[in-house]
Design a protein around this ligand. Structure first.
Ligand SMILES: Cc1cc2nc3c(=O)[nH]c(=O)nc-3n(C[C@H](O)[C@H](O)[C@H](O)COP(=O)(O)O)c2cc1C
Length: 160
């Protein structure tokens, strides 16, 4: 099978672009994540695929908690910065002047201005190559303004 076709076929899946946040020892960090999906309705569970090299990976492993903030189509600069810089070297939240909102169950704060925030507790994790699949149970959530549209990626380009 031609490898180019395999890659193109895989990239034909539509990706919702989100931020995943974690907090450890008062240090709050966010990263862009597109490999995320709901896997169960009752209980409500999501899975995120996080490369082991990410700073956020260590934070989630240590704390067992994360926040998913669904980005709107207006937040492309946030997606680009949080998807290319590491919290090891830069405070992305401060640099982008992102407003945070206290969460209700987990320690990781919510982010203002997003489509929705979902507070997650890790209930399982599975190795997948150089990545870890973290299964998170959604324990609290909020939704943003009704008129916001989601940020969507298709074959490496934004279509929303
Ligand atoms: C659109 C987009 C989607 C991304 N999706 C993922 C993903 O699903 N999993 C992942 O491990 N990295 C993903 N990344 C890369 C990370 O966001 C990036 O490496 C980030 O700088 C890691 O930050 P950290 O070191 O502060 O955790 C994505 C980047 C972009 C631009």
């Amino acid at each position: 099978m031609d490898k180019d076709f395999i890659n193109l076929a895989a990239r034909s899946l539509v990706w919702p672009v989100c931020l995943v946040g974690a907090i450890e020892n008062e240090k709050h960090n966010i990263m862009t994540v597109a490999w995320i999906t709901q896997i169960s309705a009752n209980p409500l569970q999501l899975v995120i695929s996080i490369d082991k090299s990410r700073y956020t990976h260590n934070m989630i492993s240590e704390t067992g908690e994360f926040m998913v903030s669904i980005l709107s189509s207006e937040q492309k600069e946030i997606a680009a910065v949080c998807g290319s810089r590491s919290g090891r070297n830069v405070d992305k939240i401060k640099q982008l002047k992102i407003e945070t909102v206290p969460s209700t169950v987990v320690k990781v704060p919510r982010l203002a201005g997003c489509l929705a925030n979902m507070e997650c507790k890790v209930v399982a994790q599975y190795p997948a190559g150089g990545r870890t699949l973290f299964v998170g149970e959604v324990v609290a959530a909020d939704v943003g303004k009704e008129n916001l549209k989601p940020m969507i990626m298709y074959r490496g380009k934004y279509i929303g």
